[in-house]
Design a protein around this ligand. Structure first.
Ligand code: PDD
Length: 284
């Protein structure tokens, strides 16, 4: 079934939405993106995604062509036009189209696109089994806090993980885990503490991560924001990833070594249930 997508103010069948070969998103990966989860036709954590989008735009000097209210309306409209019940909205803003030049063009008109992807995010079969991850070197650029579309290395890492029989990659830099290829990495120590890397330029500032820390605090689960090593992760009681569409997803093996008893951990599943209850209740 053909989707209706958004391109610079127009609603178009997906086959008719065309962007110039001179678009800087295409030539330089000069573009940023957001992925917002949708459950029951409503947007999850919209405020957080909109705030991070603004932060990425500010970092790169890109101006959103829509006001905050209009941007929210476009999100709601794309859900309506595609009768999207469960899945995600992908949004991308590139700096725009200009003749190829490394220097930014003057007064460019940004290219704003949105499309939907329908998928069952609540009944993810991986929740029951957990996922396996392979450890790979983090070879991404040094400003991972800006959510750019430079996703070639994460794609390569995912392919390499798959070739090793794993579901995903956890990336390692200077002896510490940074994050997963497209999600935040967390562990639970044997004394029941949630350990997650602090915010910096080394990782994307996950919207789900922030909410899970709030929920952990309210649920009386102690947490520490500090980097952890692959050895500490392999020796942890539980491990999990967080992201807009995976919510909280158990990791049950790292480089072939079981984490804990090799099954999804109880605190991980508790955090997932609390997260889904809380965020579907406040979806807009
Ligand atoms: N990825 N770290 C990286 C590198 C990511 O790409 C993502 C999200 C996250 C989690 O962020 P959040 O909780 O705000 O979704 C962490 C999205 C889902 C993607 O690229 O599809």
């Amino acid at each position: 079934m053909s989707r209706i997508v958004y391109l610079n103010g127009a609603w178009l069948p997906e086959a008719d939405a065309k962007v110039s070969i001179f678009d800087r998103g295409f030539l330089f990966a000069d573009a940023i993106y957001e992925v917002t989860g949708v459950v029951g036709g409503k947007l999850l954590e919209y405020e957080g995604h909109a705030a991070r989008l603004q932060r990425s735009m500010t970092e790169l000097g890109i101006t959103c062509p829509l006001s905050p209210d209009d941007l929210l309306e476009v999100h709601r409209e794309i859900v309506r036009r595609n009768a999207l019940n469960e899945g995600l909205i992908y949004l991308q803003i590139s700096r725009g189209t200009a003749d190829r030049d490394f220097a930014y063009p003057k007064d460019p008109t940004p290219t704003l696109t949105l499309f939907t992807q329908a998928k069952p995010v609540l009944d993810n079969p991986k929740v029951a089994t957990g996922i396996s991850v392979a450890l790979l070197p983090d070879q991404r650029w040094a400003r991972r806090d800006i959510k750019t579309v430079q996703l070639l290395y994460p794609s390569m890492a995912k392919m390499e993980a798959a070739s090793r029989g794993a579901d995903d990659a956890w990336l390692v830099e200077d002896g510490f885990v940074t994050e997963a290829s497209s999600a935040t990495a967390h562990i639970i120590s044997k004394d029941g503490r949630l350990i997650t890397r602090p915010l910096s330029h080394a990782i994307l500032h996950g919207i789900t991560r922030a909410s899970v820390l709030d929920i952990a605090e309210e649920a009386g689960i102690a947490f520490e924001e500090r980097a952890f090593t692959p050895d500490e992760a392999m020796d942890a009681a539980e491990a999990f990833i967080t992201s807009a569409t995976n919510f909280v997803l158990p990791v049950v093996s790292i480089d072939g070594q079981p984490v804990g008893d090799g099954k999804p951990g109880p605190l991980t599943l508790k955090l997932r249930a609390l997260y889904i209850a809380r965020k579907t209740a406040s979806a807009i």
